[in-house]
Ligand binder design. Structure first.
Ligand SMILES: [Zn+2]
Length: 270
């Protein structure tokens, strides 16, 4: 599933392509015909990302809400849109640019109270300046659940997915199984700052790199990582491979319905 940096990049791109313009909306596939009719002909006033949720604000207080889920994908282009290929849920076009949305988990038009309710369910987004890490910490600190599961809970921290959480815990030297209540305020401040830095960098380059300068392929004289998920990482999907810091084999285990990855030497409970 795309993590928060991907949604932020989409919000930025959609603003660049369609922002401030009157947009024609349709649903070639038909499933979103009624929603598309609501926003068609309105001006796209602003785009925004909250965690993994993409919002387009149109005139008349209408908000398009998209959650890509596992399979959702946007494509875009210039000029007139091509004949629709596949199941295009939503097509937006201005004449200069078009974009198509396929396979989202959510695609709906919301009124202001519904937007407020949606945002009220989301935790602190490290990519947002208005995020509140202190409230997140209160939630983390009062739970006995594993810290990795808590950091993936979008009602506590929004926008973080398995890669950012796995890697931030490696960089903090904490095992994914550590209970939330063992997290010190200092450790949380460090993790929060690290998530902000890692996610901002990912927005810039469009991929997730989490290794320090000393552990890049160039610095270590090793081949770059080959993985369809891209990016240079310490432990995510590196099961059995040597830790880049201490050479212990990276371990994996299921945790709260997801896989967790960690180095048994570098990540130990305090
Ligand atoms: Zn290690």
């Amino acid at each position: 599933m795309p993590e928060g940096h991907t949604i932020r990049r989409l919000a930025d791109r959609h603003r660049e392509l369609l922002g401030g313009q009157r947009v024609s909306a349709s649903s070639p596939q038909g499933r979103f015909a009624a929603g598309a009719a609501l926003i068609s002909g309105e001006v796209l006033e602003e785009t925004d990302a909250h965690g993994k949720h993409l919002l387009h604000r149109y005139g008349d207080d209408l908000t398009l809400h998209v959650h890509l889920g596992l399979y959702g994908k946007f494509t875009d282009g210039t000029g007139a849109p091509p004949p629709p290929v596949g199941e295009v849920r939503l097509r937006l076009a201005t004449g200069d640019h078009w974009l198509d949305l396929r396979g989202p988990a959510a695609c709906e038009v919301l009124a202001p109270p519904e937007v407020k309710a949606l945002l009220g369910r989301l935790g602190a987004d490290p990519l947002r300046d208005d995020a509140d890490p202190d409230t997140a910490y209160v939630r983390l600190r009062r739970s006995t659940k594993p810290i990795a599961a808590l950091l993936l809970d979008q009602s506590i921290v929004a926008g973080t997915g398995l890669i950012f959480v796995t890697e931030a815990l490696f960089r903090a030297g904490l095992p994914p199984t550590m209970p939330g209540r063992a997290l010190t305020p200092e450790a949380w401040r460090e993790i929060w700052a690290d998530l902000r830095a890692l996610m901002r960098a990912a927005v810039e380059v469009g991929r997730i790199d989490t290794v320090h300068v000393a552990h890049t392929p160039e610095a270590m004289g090793r081949p770059p990582r080959m993985d369809r998920h891209g990016g240079e990482v310490y432990v995510y999907r590196r099961t059995g491979q040597p830790c880049l810091v201490c050479e212990s084999p990276v371990r994996t285990a299921p945790l709260a319905g997801r896989n967790s990855y960690w180095c048994p030497t570098c990540q130990v409970s305090p």
